[in-house]
Design a protein around this ligand. Sequence first.
Ligand SMILES: [Zn+2]
Length: 376
Amino acid sequence: MKNRRKLRHIRTVLLSLTTVGLFCLCVWLFYQGLFEQDGAAPLPVSEPSSRPTLEISSAEPPFSIASSNASQGGADASLGEPIPMASSAAPESALAVSESAAVSSDPAAVSSAPASAAPPAPASEAPAASSVSAAPASSAAPTTSLPEIPADDPYPDLYVARPEFIPHQDGDKVVYLTFDDGPSNLTIPLLDVLDKYGVKATFFVVGKTSEEDKEALRQTAERGHTLAVHSYTHEYKQIYASPRAFLDDFAREYALIKETTGVSPTIYRCAGGSVNSYNRDTARSIAEEMNRRGYIYYDWNVDSGDAVPGTTAEGIYQNVISQTSRYDKAIVLMHNSATKKDTLAQLPRIIEKLQAMGYRFAALDNTVAPINFRLP
Ligand SMILES: [Zn+2]
C-alpha cells in the first residue's frame, strides 16, 4: 500500500513537472517569435515584387538602402567636369545603368546597414507636414527627436526633426520630377511650364547669387515647389574631402536658400549622386553625419540623361518615359542649369505622356522615403 501511494505521488510530481516544463517552453517560444518580428531581425527588402525599387521602409535609416552599382556617376556633372564612372559602365549606357541601380534583390546588402543608425522619429513626436499645419504651434516642431548637440558643434542650427516616412501605397503611380544645378535663366520658364500643368517638383539648387538667380529661387518657393540643397560649389574634390568639408558646403547653400526665400531645406541631393568616384572613402561617413542631423538625401531611379554628353532632346523624352514605366514610384533626374534647353523643351511632352499613363506628380519632402544608391 505504502509503495503504491509513493509511486502515485512520484507520478503526480513528474506529471506536474512535465506540465510546468511544457508551459515554460510555450512561453519561451512565444517570446522568441515576438523578438524575431520586432527585434534584431535583418531589415526586410521592400516587397519582393517583380519591379523592386530602392524604396526603403520607415524602419530603415535613409542611408542604409542598398541597390546595385554606383555607376550612375556622370549623369549629374553639368557644372563641373564629368564625373569618372565609379564602375566600368560607360556613360552612354545610362539607361541600363539606372535600371540596374534601381533593382536590387540582395538582402545581404540591405541588412548591412550600420546598427548605429538612428531610426526616424516616431510619428507621434514628429507629425507629417499636413498635420503640423493643422496643429497648434505649440505642439509642432518636436524637439525631443533631435539628437544631443555637441558643445563644439560647428553648426548647432543644422539639425532638423525628421518625421516618419509616409508609406507609398500600392497602385499609387507617382512621379517626383527633380531638377538639379539651378537656378538659372531657365528656371522661371520651367516654373511656368510646371504651373501650366499644375505640377509640383523639387529643385536641388547650387550657389548662384545674382539677383536674377535669387528671384528664381524666391519664385520656386512661392509657387509651391520644394527647394533643397544640392551643393554651393559643386566642386567634387572639395566637398567630398571629409564630412566636415561636405557640411561646410551644405551650410553655405542652406544659408543662401534660407536667407533668400525663408525656406529651411530638410532634404538634399549630393552633387554627382550619393556614390561617385570622389567620395569612395567618405560617402558613408558623410551620409551618417547628415543623417544624424536629420537631413535626408535622394538619388533617383530614372535618369533623363540630360547631363550625359550626346543625349538628344528625343533621347531625354524616351529615357524618362521608358524608365518611369517600370516603376510606381519614380524619382526623375533632370537638370535646370542654363544649358538645359532641351530638358525644358521636352517637359510638356513628358508631363502629358506620364499623366496619360496614369501618374500623378508630387514634390519631394522628408516624409517621402528616399531612393538611394548603395554606399561603398
Ligand atoms: Zn549637380
